[in-house]
Design a protein around this ligand. Structure first.
Ligand SMILES: [Zn+2]
Ligand SMILES: [Zn+2]
Length: 341
């Protein structure tokens, strides 16, 4: 089959003919119809700052397609089914995996990093990685559910326990944050979108943010949010923790601060008493679990969540490298480039 392959130390994908992956009894072979190009793929391929577990490696963790073949122990799928391929990899045997909380698995990983992914004509994954979609569900939109949409969904809905009517601040409106804006709206929240990038803020406005706040310069996010009446939930996709520190003063009692973006600096809590008196939760959120995809598929089907604006453009597999470079340089203010292997 044809695949985009990354060798160790290379900063470039190579389109090659590779051997089709073998199918284990609990696994499903999926013909890839669409695969999103994610910021973490830029770190994997162009920067090497998020290395793969081993090389050569086929990237790609946001995909959808058609079931081609099922292992002998697969019970939930059959050839011809349309599916989303979940982004996470996990052991499938630990207590977390057995109760459908794969992102808490001690061996949690990401397709395309810890196993070969979907920048290819086919991928082989365990059946627990798949969620069925109806035949009229667009493949590119289904693909981005796997990470760009399900990761912020998990952060808001499960880690953040968002209640309709609450006020949400989304920090960082790139590929994940922009979907946090869409999801928060779909779940009935009032949404502030904050970023330093004009293009990202323009996307957030289009996505329906009630207000956009430009953090360029010396803007104290917490002060601005407090002046506007405060917030119940903060979701950070920027990894710039100063915003979190400053925003404690803007949190309503019982507020939740959800960290998704991975930064390099220490998180310093300057006013711990406020944290205690207001009973604010600060927690991390990583990936998603079995609950997210079925709920998201329903939200899209019902028309409450419209992802049509999220697909910037479609590209053949041969343009994977070009998509990574354009994403890095933000050429064309992209939300998601999608490959169609
Ligand atoms: Zn991703
Ligand atoms: Zn596990």
């Amino acid at each position: 089959m044809k695949a985009a392959v990354l060798e160790k130390g290379a900063r470039k994908l190579e389109i090659r003919d590779v051997v089709r992956p073998e199918l284990q009894p609990t696994q499903v072979r999926v013909q890839i119809k669409a695969c999103g190009v994610c910021g973490s793929d830029v770190h994997l391929v162009l920067h090497g700052t998020m290395p793969a577990k081993s090389y050569p490696r086929i990237p790609g963790h946001e995909s959808s397609g058609i079931v081609l073949e099922c292992g002998s122990e697969v019970t939930k799928f059959k050839a011809g089914d349309h599916v989303v391929v979940g982004a996470g990899t996990s052991c499938g045997k630990c207590p977390a995996c057995l109760r459908g909380r794969e992102n808490l698995c001690p061996e949690v990983g990401v397709l395309g990093f810890d196993a070969d992914g979907s920048y290819a004509e086919e991928v082989v994954v365990p059946q627990r990685s798949l969620a069925a979609i109806p035949h009229d569900f667009a493949f590119p939109q289904a693909a981005i559910l796997a990470d760009a949409v399900s990761t912020p969904y998990h952060a808001l809905r499960f880690a953040g326990a968002l209640i309709p009517g609450e006020t949400v601040a989304v920090f960082g409106c790139g590929g994940l944050g922009i979907h946090a804006v869409l999801i928060a709206r779909a779940l009935g929240a009032r949404v502030y979108a904050l970023d330093v990038d004009e293009g990202a803020l323009a996307n957030a406005e289009k996505a329906g943010a009630h207000e956009i706040i430009d953090l360029k310069g010396k803007v104290n996010a917490g002060k601005v949010l407090k002046e506007k009446g405060g917030i119940d939930l903060l979701a950070d996709f920027s990894g710039y923790y100063k915003n979190i520190e400053e925003s404690i003063r803007a949190m309503h009692p019982g507020g939740r601060m959800i960290m998704v973006g991975i930064g390099r600096d220490a998180l310093k809590i300057g006013i711990p008493a406020a944290l205690i008196f207001k009973q604010i939760h600060i927690c991390g959120s990583y990936g998603s679990d079995q609950r997210a995809l079925p709920e998201l598929i329903e939200l899209v089907k019902s028309g409450k969540l419209d992802l049509s604006g999220s697909i910037t453009s479609l590209h053949p597999l041969e343009e994977a490298q070009l998509c990574l470079e354009n994403l890095e340089n933000r050429n064309g203010n992209p939300i998601r480039f999608v490959l169609t292997p």
